[in-house]
Design a protein around this ligand. Structure first.
Ligand code: GDD
Ligand code: MG
Length: 365
């Protein structure tokens, strides 16, 4: 089974984190999103993968070469000089595709069984089968008007609550036949959700929805990204665990020798490779600490995600925040909702108000 994955977006709703890191390479539970995706595709008997890339193409290519070369699934990168939209990106891959294939939004963490999806698609001889799940807020999703047997009559992209015709939201995983590509003009920006699907529905082609009850989360906002980390740590995503070994229930560590005896860790927590952790540190889960992180004596962290290479000075306290590879001084306080991007620096004894956001390279004297 062939899979095309769309990973060419800018990730603007994740700024400042995605100014320097592509959304598909964000760490979740100390694993890069693309590594998690490839493991899941392997468990789903996928034979080859095409990544449709645009922004950050060199960074993504480098990651695939260094981290995914031995993943066991052949990978092809198809590059758009300027992003072509979901439909434009797909038709740009046309020559690589055989008949039925799977298309994925490359920012959704899920435990969908792709073989069941394609079986449902083939049983109905559908042109397109969209995976759907019940959603609370239709304004963030494609909403499908679905009959009892899954036949779909209408697609509304991100309607208001008042206008939404159902609660069935597009998860971002489709089975398609190749003839769908005939509906997409090549070489210009086009959207599947706004142009191609409404046209296919109007022409009366068989369009189905596959109702999915498992785990899925679009990691495309900071809140959802943090929640995805928590979900992974809490073991709610089947087949997926944080990096490292579980040394106590819910505590995952990659280099046990780097974790001193006198620190207090409340599960769930994941601690990456080669960290330096001072004495008396308190980590109140869910907490993720990336690799090569330095944490000074007496630091207190609760519900926080810390990326590779960060440094936190002694006595600093932070809660419900995301720290890129940044340097935070001693005796600082980061109130809930702070996001501090990679390569920024915060001086000793700074107090960051709730929801402070610091872009990459910021200096807070
Ligand atoms: N190659 C390429 N080119 N990829 C793109 C482009 C492009 O022009 N634009 C977006 N992508 C990629 C993004 O990188 C992301 O992985 C995926 O396509 C989805 O784009 P988003 O921008 O995150 O879309 P969304 O979350 O607002 O909405 C989509 O996903 C929802 C489910 O999370 C839609 O498909 C909705 O209908 C759906 O409900
Ligand atoms: Mg998205």
């Amino acid at each position: 089974m062939q899979v095309v994955v769309l990973i060419g977006g800018l990730g603007t709703r994740l700024y400042p984190l995605t100014y320097t890191t592509p959304k598909c390479l964000l760490p979740i539970g100390n694993k890069h999103f693309l590594s998690i995706l490839l493991d899941w595709l392997k468990r789903n008997a996928v034979t080859d993968v095409v990544f449709a890339v645009s922004h950050f193409a060199p960074t993504i290519a480098e990651f695939i070469k260094s981290d995914l070369a031995d993943c066991g699934i052949p990978i092809t990168l198809r590059h758009e000089t300027d992003p072509l939209g979901s439909a434009g990106a797909l038709v740009n891959c046309a020559d690589l595709l055989q008949d039925d294939f799977i298309l994925l939004n490359g920012d959704v963490l899920m435990d969908l069984n792709l073989e069941e999806l394609i079986e449902f698609h083939r049983k109905n001889s559908a042109a397109v089968t969209t995976t759907v799940s019940e959603v609370d807020d239709p304004s963030h999703y494609g909403i499908l008007d679905v009959q009892e047997d899954g036949r779909t009559l209408d697609w509304q992209e991100k309607p208001t609550r008042e206008d939404a015709k159902s609660k069935w939201g597009n998860v971002g995983a489709w089975a398609m036949t190749k003839r769908v590509l005939d509906f997409i003009p090549a070489g210009r920006f086009t959207s599947l959700e706004k142009e191609t699907f409404p046209q296919i529905l109007a022409e009366g082609l068989l369009f189905y929805a596959y109702k999915f009850k498992g785990y899925w989360k679009d990691i495309g906002t900071v809140d959802k990204y943090v929640q995805a980390n928590r979900d992974l740590l809490n073991g709610v995503i089947s087949g997926l665990q944080p990096a490292g070994k579980e040394i106590q229930p819910g505590i995952w560590v990659e280099s046990p020798e780097c974790v001193p005896d006198d620190i207090q860790v409340t599960s769930p927590a994941a601690i990456g490779k080669d960290c330096r952790i001072g004495s008396g540190v308190k980590l109140a889960g869910p907490v993720v600490i990336g690799s090569d992180v330095q944490i000074g004596d007496g630091v207190q962290m609760a519900s926080t995600v810390v990326w590779h290479g960060a440094s936190v000075g002694s006595g600093t306290k932070m809660s419900s925040s995301v720290l890129g590879g940044a340097t935070i001084g001693a005796e600082c306080v980061l109130n809930p909702g702070c996001v501090v991007a990679t390569n920024s620096a915060v001086a000793d004894r700074s107090v960051l108000a709730s929801n402070t956001s610091l872009g990459p390279g910021s200096r807070l004297p």
